[in-house]
Design a protein around this ligand. Structure first.
Ligand code: CA
Ligand code: CA
Length: 173
């Protein structure tokens, strides 16, 4: 990647990734390119595979697989990324995962009840939403709650596939 292209990419990434400044973004792009193997077919998707990514998290950040899985699940459920799973987000996810089953007369009422039951069980500090701390505590007590709002691990796989597709679409900067 040449210098001009790198700067242009860094500038556009800076607009969305506000946690990083331009120099940091440039470094991340360079790091990214040392980690990925350029495919011989220029139309192929460039990216990290899951094992490489896990390996980096493990080696660089000393993370264990369990931690990644806990964290992953929470972020999948926190749809707007504000750090909390809200009643609305629970409702949305439960509706999506339950509608695949035969529907009741008024499924929305049933889902609302389910949201309240789940909150009662998982909302340890009673603020009406699930923080990561609430979620982690609840999952440690009851492992099945890890997928409380629908199967999240396959969703990560498909959302990653989706992201790769999406980035591929807009990748020609
Ligand atoms: Ca949220
Ligand atoms: Ca809470």
């Amino acid at each position: 990647m040449n210098r001009k292209k790198l700067q242009k990419l860094a500038e556009s990434l800076c607009r969305t990734a506000k946690h990083f400044n331009k120099i940091e973004v440039e470094c991340l792009i360079k790091l990214f390119h040392t980690l990925v193997v350029e495919p011989s077919d220029r139309h192929a998707v460039i990216g990290l595979d899951r094992n490489t990514f896990r390996n980096i998290l493990h080696v660089t950040f000393g993370m264990t697989d369990d931690m990644i899985m806990d964290r992953d699940c929470f972020e999948v459920y926190d749809l707007n990324g504000d750090g909390y799973i809200s009643r609305e987000e629970m409702f949305h996810m439960l509706k999506n995962s339950l509608l695949k089953q035969p529907s009741e007369e008024d499924p929305d009422e049933g889902i609302k009840d389910l949201v309240e039951i789940t909150l009662k069980k998982m909302d340890y500090d009673h603020d009406g939403k699930l923080s990561y701390t609430d979620f982690e505590k609840a999952v440690r007590d009851e492992n099945l709650l890890l997928e409380a709002f629908g199967p999240c691990l396959p969703d990560i796989k498909s959302s990653m596939a989706f992201e790769m597709e999406a980035f591929q679409e807009t990748g020609d900067m």
